[in-house]
Write a protein that binds this ligand. Structure first.
Ligand code: TRP
Ligand code: ZN
Length: 881
């Protein structure tokens, strides 16, 4: 394990490397415990660099077997080999020379899942961000682009399948039951995109013909017997390939594209050139085992990794500070893809919910950092919602500011100009500026300034002058080591609703830029005025969530309700309704803390029945509209002195009040939605299931007994309905015989399917209340649980810590102590996953005093441990700072 040295990497310290490695020849002789790696590097001095400075290659936990320089064994005085570096001081004087480096690895012992490791007997690699240096000594930085040729040797019985990046060149048999394959990737790439897979896997094959007529062989490799479960992923892949041609003019560029699913994986998936490696959770799906949510994730992640082929691989990052250059942009692209495949407003609502649930708390807490950070200690800790999700929002804003056509023209320019290069955010922005003649220098602050901007808007209508004005102000909160903030360019899409709910025409008088339905805030304060407005309008602002901000709008509750009912922008209708629910819930939580009964306004209780039965709205939309803000959403909106128990009680009582008010309608809809058709994963069918399952939650609460949920559980014909019913049983009636029976049944039925058991772990670890800590402890002893498998850890421990508000935040601190101890246990094997778990503590300062103290103690307990990994130490120190 790499312990923390305290070293900090800074953007301003970037220097181009003095050496380049245009070509890499790798040879692997694979063995579970002793794999031999021979790396032959063609090294070149960068022109203009003179002098005999040593070449320093990166390593991580390596030991050097041997070193040849231009084919000759190097003598001990010309180099120094350490675990984390290989320094060669005596180099040939030629422009170009050759190094041959021998290392030996133990893949079976690699539980950090970075570098070369074994997952279920399959050899696989993970090199982003700095895993390649665990395989061989190298200039392991993304601006070193090389053409790779890879030879893999393995025992045929152990690994009949041998894959690497690029196109296959040759293969054949060797002595003693061994065989080999050679792969060549003609596209120069950084080391983080290198990949190798060798094992005994089943395959699903297909093909795709690109727009220009190139035929590409597609393969998805999974455990034997699970091939059929990859058909949805294959279909999603082909749709992604077509979509990127149609919407960005991007074609695939190799003869083969392979995807491998593995069960031990630190993240979602990895875009290695021509050989994507996936967490099997994001490949395998069939109706009996996967929920609609799983299907949507598979589609999105398959697309995401595929889209990286252009945004990430053909054009990559100069250094890791530029991570959002590939991630933010690629998330934006996969969002657009999913919006086109499914329903745009529904997709947008889901995106904003995720952004607010994951990125807003990051931006408001101790781990806040700019979309393009300026410093890091451990790059793995910067694969964050800020880099990914906020990074995608920034690209979306560029499109809003420029308009669709200039945006596309600038993307074309970017692809054309920077193909084959490792570039920066400045290079990216320059393309948009050039094409559109917009000055994006103020806009660029979205990349450089952390913190969610707060925008306040006070509308005022003057009937005498028929003037409507908006007093607007922006404020960027302080974030760690950034207290002085500059005003940003905030594009706010808006409309003014007349009494009939239609957008009215207005005549813009003065204030901020107003163009094409968008107000462009640039100064700290603006007074925006409209003339000739005949009647008091209702303002709909930040439509489509055109900017990722916290909006506070002084407006009457009736006006919010009017928007919730009539806004032409469906996203904004949801936003208004969500605002109303949140407002009720915050007030109810305060009453509960003060010892009184919460009261809810009649308008709020009446509306849900109307939504549920409004067939002019898609079912998926109705499901989202009827979903109350989660406990964590309410906590985030409160911001300080948070009492999770009061919030949970408030939410429960609003749910019950709505259920009581709407039970008849809900029951009718619930029955009507029962579906008798064969399962289909399409968006419309999924939407109906989503709506029905939201209604089930209300109906179960209203009846206060488990029979409806149990009967849905027993008759369910797909995993979506089964898991939803199980979660209602376990969460609302945890002590009932029905819940116990259903949990047992589910466990038995799926005991051989770890991905499905993850749902079982997750449902139980998120049972509200103080008893769940003990249940989680008990489940850690379950034979299907494994502390070294990231999916198991995330389902049981991760879900508990990040989604169980009344369990994790137990008032006596037991949830924190348990989580902290488990973080340390996980760290022994896998520092990256441990650091991710520890992020659950990030909002600890917003809690009420008692819990704050307990959380601080748990964090300090971790901090006191000697020899913490760089990953975990970085998170803990920043969280406590
Ligand atoms: N680049 C990957 C993606 O977002 C994610 C990734 C980064 C990753 N680091 C990783 C995946 C480490 C697995 C392990 O598409
Ligand atoms: Zn990505």
């Amino acid at each position: 394990m790499r312990t923390d040295t305290g070293q900090i990497f800074r953007l301003e310290d970037y220097r181009p490397s003095e050496y380049l490695i245009p070509q890499v020849d790798l040879a692997f002789r694979l063995d579970a415990h002793e794999t031999e790696v021979t790396a032959t590097l063609t090294v070149e001095r960068r022109s203009g660099v003179e002098g005999a400075r040593p070449l320093v290659l990166d390593g991580d936990g390596l030991s050097l077997d041997y070193l040849l320089i231009d084919g000759e064994r190097a003598d001990g005085s010309s180099y120094e080999a350490a675990h984390d570096s290989l320094t060669i001081s005596k180099l040939p004087s030629a422009e170009r020379f050759c190094l041959t480096i021998g290392t030996r690895l133990n893949p079976a012992a690699n539980k950090a899942l970075m570098g070369l490791y074994l997952s279920n007997g399959v050899f696989c690699t993970q090199c982003e961000a700095e895993g390649f240096r665990r395989i061989t000594y190298f200039l392991d930085r993304p601006d070193i682009l090389s053409v790779y040729r890879v030879r893999i040797e393995a025992r045929r019985s152990e690994a009949p399948l041998l894959l690497s990046n690029g196109n296959p060149v040759e293969s054949g048999r060797l002595e003693d039951g061994w065989h080999y394959a050679v792969w060549h990737d003609p596209f120069p790439k950084p080391s983080y995109l290198f990949a190798l897979v060798a094992g005994d896997l089943g395959a699903l094959h297909d093909s795709f013909t690109t727009a220009s007529g190139r035929k590409v062989s597609l393969g998805i490799y999974v455990e034997h017997g699970k091939e059929a479960r990859a058909t949805y992923a294959m279909d999603a892949l082909k749709r992604s390939m077509r979509w990127d041609e149609e919407h960005f003019g991007r074609e695939y560029d190799l003869n083969v594209f392979n995807i491998v699913a593995v069960s031990d994986f630190n993240m979602g998936a990895m875009e290695n050139k021509g050989l994507n490696i996936f967490n099997d959770k994001y490949v395998l799906a069939e109706p009996d085992t996967a929920t609609d949510h799983d299907y949507a994730n598979i589609e999105a992640i398959i697309a995401h990794e595929y889209f990286h082929n252009w945004t990430g691989n053909r054009i990559t990052c100069r250094d890791w500070f530029q991570l959002c250059l590939k991630e933010g942009l690629t998330v934006y692209r996969d969002h657009e893809f999913s919006a086109d495949q499914r329903s745009r407003p529904v997709k947008r609502i889901a995106e904003v919910k995720t952004l607010k649930a994951l990125q807003f708390p990051e931006d408001q807490g101790p781990l806040a950092h700019p979309v393009r950070p300026r410093r890091y200690r451990e790059i793995n800790n910067f694969y964050t919602p800020t880099v990914y999700e906020k990074g995608a929002e920034v690209v979306r804003m560029i499109r809003t500011i420029l308009g669709a056509e200039p945006f596309r023209a600038a993307m074309d320019l970017y692809f054309d100009r920077h193909d084959g290069q490792a570039v920066t955010i400045e290079d990216f922005l320059a393309c948009f500026e050039e094409v559109s003649n917009h000055d994006l220098s103020q806009f660029a602050l979205w990349y450089h300034q952390a913190g969610t901007p707060a925008v306040t808007v006070h509308p005022h209508y003057d009937a005498d002058t028929s003037e409507y004005s908006l007093e607007m102000e922006q404020f960027i909160p302080s974030t760690p080591s950034e207290t002085h903030k500059r005003p940003m360019h905030i594009p706010l899409a808006f409309g003014l609703l007349g009494p009939d709910g239609q957008d009215i025409e207005y005549e813009f008088a003065e204030g901020a830029d107003v163009e094409g339905g968008v107000i462009h805030l640039r100064a700290k304060r603006h007074l925006v005025r409209f003339r000739g407005v005949g009647a008091r309008p209702v303002l709909s602002i930040n439509r489509g969530f055109s900017a990722p901000i916290n909006l506070s709008l002084t407006m009457r509750q009736e006006d919010h309700m009017f928007l919730a009912r009539h806004d032409q922008d469906l996203f904004s209708r949801w936003q208004s309704l969500n605002w109303l629910f949140t407002d009720e819930l915050i007030r109810a939580a305060a009453s509960i803390r003060a010892g009184s009964e919460p009261e809810f306004s009649a308008a709020i209780l009446d509306y849900p029945a109307a939504i549920a039965s409004d067939t002019s709205l898609e079912a998926a939309y109705r499901a989202l509209a009827l979903t109350l803000p989660a406990e964590a959403d309410i906590a985030r909106e409160m911001g300080s002195n948070v009492d999770p128990d009061a919030i949970a009680a408030a939410r429960k009582s609003l749910r019950l009040a709505i259920a009581n008010a709407a039970s008849k309608t809900f029951m009718c809809e619930y029955s009507d939605l029962a579906d008798h058709l064969p399962f289909s994963a399409d968006a419309e069918s999924a939407g109906k299931r989503a709506l029905r399952n939201v209604l089930l939650e209300y109906l179960a609460a209203e009846s206060s007994e488990p029979s409806l949920a149990l009967s849905q559980f027993e008759s369910a014909k797909n995993m979506t309905d089964r898991a939803a019913a199980l979660s209602v049983l376990a969460h609302q009636f945890p002590d009932s015989a029905a819940a116990q029976k259903a949990l047992k049944h589910f466990e038995k039925r799926y005991r051989d399917n770890p991905l499905v058991l993850d749902k079982w772990f997750l449902i139980q670890s998120t049972i509200p209340g103080e008893k769940t800590v003990d249940l989680v402890r008990e489940l850690m002893e379950h034979p299907a649980f494994s502390i070294t498998n990231p999916n198991r850890v995330r389902s049981l421990i991760g879900a508990f810590a990040s989604s169980n508000q009344t369990g994790f935040h137990r008032a006596d601190g037991e949830g924190y102590r348990f989580t902290a101890q488990t973080v340390l246990n996980v760290e022994e094997h896998n520092p990256q996953v441990a650091a991710r778990l520890a992020i659950a503590f990030r909002s600890w300062r917003s809690l009420e005093k008692g819990r704050q103290e307990h959380a601080r103690e748990a964090l300090s307990m971790i901090a006191r441990k000697r020899g913490l990994s760089r990953d975990l130490n970085d998170i803990i120190e920043r969280t406590l700072a």
